[in-house]
Design a binder for this molecule. Structure first.
Ligand SMILES: Cc1cc2nc3c(=O)[nH]c(=O)nc-3n(C[C@H](O)[C@H](O)[C@H](O)COP(=O)(O)OP(=O)(O)OC[C@H]3O[C@@H](n4cnc5c(N)ncnc54)[C@H](O)[C@@H]3O)c2cc1C
Ligand code: FES
Length: 255
């Protein structure tokens, strides 16, 4: 895994939904090396541990990266206070990213809430062959719909209260969508349900997991996750190094 540490200037910042920030940075070699589904580790002033944020978009032409993150605690709060012209201290690109394979296949992207941003760059590669099913609490929480549409993806919304798109779960909304491959990111219960649907329909599926992280590079065991080999035996892997993207059949769900 080849990664760099770099001060990256913020060139664009917006708050599309209260508490969710959309930030583009000049990232030089990190942007050149980045792949869809990878993440970056952002230094928070005054904190020892960096915070992992997925790469939402990569523009190799301008060497920029886009991040979309939600304030969850002190770290993301501090990151949200940076302004255009300030620099993030970024370690990246990290993790394995999605294995896109043949982008002429029909791909189904299933995202839940703040699990939607990591899917955009991969969906972009599939363009009109992609269907994105994006789930949110309500219409006011919807992010990135226009971005998926801009890249030609058929984009369906599902909301818990029915205030936008389908009233209900993404897994019900995706039922009739044809697919040769599925990519998903979101809360664990959603991912579990997507994996069950993939298994039932016999469709290959890659899921991006989130785990609390420390070093971000496989050196500390901070992000251990239970995995299953093809022969059924189990072992502990690292979300930061072996993932965050996993073949759905290798993940052992707790509980
Ligand atoms: C590979 C990866 C990619 C990520 N990509 C994004 C992204 O694109 N956008 C985004 O908004 N967030 C993303 N996250 C989550 C983000 O890293 C956390 O929200 C952030 O680290 C929280 O830091 P904090 O100091 O603000 O909150 P803390 O004070 O550290 O925690 C606040 C709350 O969030 C919970 N929490 C913290 N980290 C995680 C985590 N990794 N998974 C689940 N719950 C957590 C804590 O248990 C606590 O309840 C990603 C996480 C990982 C591991
Ligand atoms: S965060 Fe240190 S091993 Fe993954």
């Amino acid at each position: 895994m080849k990664y760099e540490v770099k001060l990256c200037e913020i060139i664009k910042k917006a708050e599309p939904v209260p508490g969710i920030f959309d930030v583009t940075v000049r990232a030089g070699e990190i942007a050149q090396a980045a792949r869809p589904g990878q993440f970056a580790h952002l230094l928070v002033p005054g904190k020892t541990l960096r915070r992992p944020i997925s790469i939402c978009e990569i523009d190799k032409g301008t060497s920029t990266l886009r991040f979309v993150f939600q304030i969850r605690g002190e770290g993301t709060q501090r990151l949200s206070e940076f302004a255009a012209g300030d620099c993030y201290d970024i370690l990246g690109p990290l993790g394995n990213g999605f294995d896109l394979g043949d982008t002429s296949r029909r791909a189904l992207f299933i995202g839940g809430g703040i699990g939607v941003p990591p899917l955009l760059e991969a969906a972009k590669a599939f363009g009109k062959n992609a269907t994105a099913v994006l789930g949110f609490r309500n219409a006011a929480a919807v992010i990135l719909q226009e971005d998926f549409e801009k890249y030609g993806c058929k984009t369906l919304l599902a909301t818990d209260d029915g205030s936008a798109g389908f009233h209900g779960l993404v897994t019900d909304c995706m039922k009739d969508e044809p697919a040769d491959v599925i990519f998903a990111c979101g809360p664990a219960p959603m991912l579990k349900a997507v994996c069950a649907a993939a298994a039932q329909r016999g469709i290959p599926c890659q899921i991006s997991l989130e785990e609390r992280m420390a070093c971000g590079v496989g050196a500390c065991l901070g992000c251990a996750c239970r995995l299953r080999r093809k022969d059924g035996t189990e072992y502990y892997g690292h979300v930061c190094k072996d993932g965050p993207v996993f073949n759905y059949q290798t993940v052992v769900w707790e509980g």
